[in-house]
Design a protein around this ligand. Sequence first.
Ligand code: AMP
Length: 394
Amino acid sequence: MKILVLNSGSSSIKFQLFDAKTNESLVSGIIEQIGEKISHARIKFESGELEKKIPIANHKIGLEIMNSLLIESKIIKDLCELDGIGHRVVHGGEEFCEPTIINDKVIKQIEKLIPLAPLHNPANLEGIKSSIEHCPNVPQVAVFDTAFHSSIPKYAYMYALPYETYEKDGVRRYGFHGTSHHFVAKEAAKKLGIKMENLNAITLHLGNGASMSAVKNGKSIDTSMGLTPLEGLIMGTRCGDIDPAIIFYLSRVENLNEDELDNMLNKKSGLKGICGNNDMREVGEMAQNGDEKAKLALEMFSYRIKKYIGSYSAVLGRVDCLIFTGGIGENDIEVRRNSCSNLENLGISLDLDKNNQRAKEIIDISKPNSKVKVLVIPTNEELEIALQVKSLIL
Ligand code: AMP
């Protein structure tokens, strides 16, 4: 019994194949540079690796190449023998709160949501349509990044803008990285021996994109990303929270148009904007070598996280655990230390020795007497998607 998970970007398809009985990953891989002169397809499995460098004009051909590599690896005979295919879809709007079997109506609804996620939903749809064309008899399931946050109460998801912007244009907080926040919260509940429906947690997904979530009784009740993934924490290239009036001010004094401002806030800000580099490992090295802007970027990054820990502690009341995940959360010792420093008044006490490691598996990095446990949990969004597909189709 096998489930394939597809994460389709505008020029790439990441994929992972799971044994649905054991939840074990059998193969993972990526098709990159779709539409360019030379594209690159790679798969990794237990006993080896295969790769191809050939032109791949579109997602449909990408899936054909993926199929041929999977057949070559002898793990499947054909994609059509799979039990289910799960698709990551970034924006589910208010319509999709749960994993959903894909049919024509669902495709139309995802298309309608394109204005809310103009970069992501079209690419996700490209993967979905190609996959249906390739194997029309395999159940295809959409798993939405926004779905875990559909439990956020209205007073937390509304912006204090004219009400019609919500009614007419769907302006509200949706939140993203939901699959990751959900996965690590469930793992934490297991680790702490607490039922998911009783777990109160603050989840920190810190990668190139970064977001936090307040989880009460196992459900998301607030999250730092908003209408789009631009709000909230400082990220690799995104600014996170700013005074919205900065946009009008810059438009006036620098004569910047909408696209230029969008590009600045999404691609030229965050760590990159402050110190010229968006890779946290390199920012850390720059800071160690005395680069003042890199030091500042690190201070700002952790300070923003600390402010969110404070506000989510207030919102939750009792907090069972803080969970670090994502490339930075799982690996960056300094960021974890700085984000949790001087938070003893909130019951958070980090053990600096235990914190001094990277997480290959779940680790508890808090002191034994810390009221709030601090856990580092490697995220696994692909497995979570496969589990959600399994729960729907089996
Ligand atoms: P992600 O988007 O989850 O893949 O995370 C990417 C971010 O994680 C980048 O900023 C990387 O620099 C950072 N990262 C990955 N490995 C490490 C590491 N060992 N130490 C610090 N940051 C890391």
